[in-house]
Design a protein around this ligand. Structure first.
Ligand SMILES: [Zn+2]
Length: 301
């Protein structure tokens, strides 16, 4: 399948957000009002359709993928959306990659990883920026990494700033994954959103490790919160010159409707990479890997 931008594309990072996900958020003390006001000031969304029971979420996403020629979308799946997503994976073979949201503080976290692998998931998602009193190098995380290694699961990590207002950014520095990456040289750790603000630290990890990757997902609006000017082209250039194109995975962070699949993110990142190609920094093979080949290989698609 070839995307609207003329290249094959797999979206390595998006979300599977259902009516049950919404309910779960609300029961955790968030209100629709605080949620919509935060998305209005911190994202590019002007409106949100809140999912309800009448939604066929899987079909909605597949329609979006077909519209733009996107082969597959990798999605983070919360426990409340888990069963619904399993059905969706079965209904639409090859169109979704599942990553199970895991909280290492839960006693059965490692068992959940094992079960997810059995169910066809290809990785897990950890959200250290939202943790309290836990670092990714702390002891409770190690059984989770063991289970990931034993079951060939990718480890996605959201460090850095986040739309969640209750984040504890003391746990948000990607440098924290350096020791686990050394302890698990055969496990692949993927830092979402190029570190969401801790870009210098992500670049240092390119030097220090062979198994820490960066995903490009989202608007990368964290750029606005740095004390210097930087743009997408410079971000890709730095990542490529420090780590190489095999260390970058394209993603959109698509989550909500009516926004749907974020074609504007693909277009902007393809444009940045085409400019780098014109500058002689990368070639077509690099572009192929970042937008398609790397995740295909890493998730064994
Ligand atoms: Zn995300």
């Amino acid at each position: 399948m070839i995307s609207k931008t003329g290249i094959p594309v797999i979206d390595a990072h998006a979300h599977y957000f259902t009516a049950d996900t919404m309910k779960n958020w609300l029961t955790r003390g968030r209100t629709v009002k605080s949620f919509t006001s935060r998305t209005a000031t911190r994202t590019d969304m002007t409106s949100i359709e809140l999912p309800d029971e009448t939604w066929d979420t899987g079909q909605k996403w597949v329609d979006e993928l077909d519209k733009y020629g996107i082969e597959t979308m990798g999605v983070m799946v919360g426990v409340e959306a888990y069963d619904e997503f399993l059905e969706t994976m079965k209904r639409f073979p090859g169109r979704f990659i599942g990553y199970a949201n895991i909280n290492p503080k839960e006693e059965d976290a490692a068992a959940k990883v094992k079960q997810a692998a059995k169910d066809g998931f290809k990785g897990i998602k950890l959200y250290p920026s939202s943790w309290t009193g836990l670092k990714v190098y702390d002891e409770p995380c190690y059984p989770v990494y063991d289970a990931c290694l034993a079951n060939d699961m990718l480890v996605f990590l959201h460090f850095g700033i986040t739309i969640g207002g209750q984040a504890d950014l003391r746990n948000g520095n990607p440098i924290d994954i350096q020791v686990p990456s050394k302890d698990y040289p055969d496990l692949n750790f993927i830092i979402a959103h190029f570190g969401a603000g801790w870009f210098r630290e992500l670049l240092m990890m390119q030097y220090q490790t062979d198994n820490v990757y960066g995903d490009s997902s989202g608007s990368n609006s964290w750029m606005k919160y740095l004390p210097y000017d930087i743009d997408l082209k410079q971000i890709f250039r730095k990542m490529i010159t420090t780590g190489g194109s095999h260390k970058i995975l394209f993603g959109t962070d698509s989550t909500f409707f009516p926004r749907g699949w974020r074609i504007n993110i693909l277009e902007a990142q393809v444009q940045a990479c085409n400019e780098l190609k014109a500058d002689g920094v990368i070639n077509d093979d690099d572009i192929y890997k970042m937008f398609y080949g790397n995740i295909k290989e890493m998730a064994h698609l």
